[in-house]
Design a protein around this ligand. Structure first.
Ligand code: SF4
Ligand code: SF4
Length: 394
């Protein structure tokens, strides 16, 4: 495992961090046995940063239980997050933090973040609840070691939030598909110039840079370096940049973990060749042409009152451009269950707007669902499907 220094605290962090949100699940709940195998294998292999959040239901508890059962808490750094959208008072902030400590079975959090601090108005709201005094008190008592924020908004807001407080670190979405999206490369460099370590989330865009990649990108990559997997292309691009301290990956199976560990062994700054850099440029153009809706599949927008499978709809829509309409329609059928009584397709949307308030990518979900409907629910497909459904209801 390669390590990089957190330039603010001096901590030595593994270049690969473990995003626990995507722990494996069985029947909708975290599978503790499988998650434990992953966490312990990661720790044994040198991963020392584990990221969770109050907003990931059951996730802090799963991580806390695994670490307590294996007496592993002291060997690693834990990151968790304060949900801004359910913090309406000083009491809420304190209650969320205490719950995190309790669920994680610990008496301190190494890296505590304000979750989705994507606009100055949110910071100003928290200031009104005395957040700065609260942080100072928690740091003094040792319950919070490093204080940072995660970000999913526009770049101008990132710069303002960055300047609004003496942060210890920052977590941004960043990958080769679009270097100017959200905080982007200028946000990365600005944070670094202020002496902050920068941690990266969505390095593979929720798996979109691995699964269903347009064939033209696969061709470019294979022609350049056939020994790199799509994941290696995604992670090596980030590790190549000296401003990047650590990259979070949401690993949920052992093969994926082992592959990432092998890549993290070799992670080096300034190691890409000119040919490899050129391949990223080509891939970026192709990807943005095919990747119409920038959904990462995080599912923050769910549940929907009409049970629309929003990320499933968007993933199938993007597939219909990257791999062809037939593949997209087929994937759509699997995601929204054409033949089941409880369909989860785009047409069910009643445009209530509830989902859009929670989307970190600021996607106009209602409008995008209309595009999905138009492209993936053509009449020639729906007439036979309606007949099948009618038949199945008898
Ligand atoms: S706008 Fe549509 S998709 Fe979003 S929550 Fe409402 S019904 Fe569901
Ligand atoms: S639409 Fe937004 S909130 Fe929903 S899964 Fe996609 S990125 Fe996440």
């Amino acid at each position: 495992m390669q390590y990089r220094k957190d330039i603010k605290s001096g901590n030595k962090l593994s270049v690969l961090g473990f995003g626990c949100m995507r722990f494996p699940k069985t029947l909708g709940s975290f599978d503790l046995k499988k998650s434990e195998a992953l966490v312990m294998k990661a720790i044994e292999s040198g991963v020392n940063y584990f990221d969770t959040a109050r907003a990931y239901p059951g996730n802090e508890e799963a991580l806390g239980t695994i670490l307590a059962d294996n007496k592993a808490r002291k060997n690693i750094f834990i990151a968790s997050k304060l949900p801004t959208w359910t913090s309406h008072s000083a009491e809420d902030i304190d209650r969320h933090f205490k719950t995190s400590l309790e669920k994680l079975k610990t008496d301190y959090i190494d890296y505590y973040l304000i979750h989705m601090l994507s606009e100055m108005t949110t910071w100003e709201k928290l200031q009104g609840f005395g957040i700065e005094e609260w942080i100072a008190q928690k740091k003094k008592s040792g319950q919070i070691r490093q204080m940072g924020f995660s970000f999913h908004g526009m770049r101008d807001q990132y710069m303002r939030v960055l300047d609004a407080y003496d942060w210890d670190f920052t977590l941004i979405q960043y990958n080769y598909s679009d270097i100017n999206y959200q905080a982007g490369v200028s946000g990365l460099k600005a944070a670094r110039s202020k002496g902050l370590p920068v941690f990266i989330m969505e390095p593979l865009l929720g798996g979109r840079l691995v699964n269903n990649l347009p064939k033209a990108i696969t061709h470019v990559f294979n022609k350049t370096r056939a020994d790199w997997t799509p994941a290696a292309w995604g992670l090596n691009w980030l590790w190549n940049q000296s401003e990047v301290t650590m990259v979070l990956s949401g690993m949920n199976d052992i093969k994926q973990l082992e592959d990432n560990l092998a890549m993290a062994e070799k992670a080096q700054e300034h190691s890409l060749s000119e040919t490899e850099e050129a391949a990223y440029e080509q891939a970026r153009v192709i990807f943005n042409d095919a990747y119409k809706i920038k959904c990462t599949g995080c599912a923050y927008c769910l549940p929907c009152p009409k049970d629309v499978n929003i990320p499933g709809c968007f993933s199938a829509y993007n597939t219909s451009f990257s791999l062809g309409r037939y593949r997209g329609v087929r994937q759509y059928g699997q995601s929204v269950s054409f033949t089941a009584k409880n369909m989860r397709n785009a047409s069910r949307c009643i445009e209530c707007g509830k989902c859009e308030k929670h989307c970190p990518q600021n996607i106009a979900i209602r409008e995008c669902l209309k595009l999905v409907k138009k492209r993936l629910e053509p009449f020639w497909l729906w007439i036979p499907l309606k007949i099948i459904r009618k038949f199945m209801s008898f």
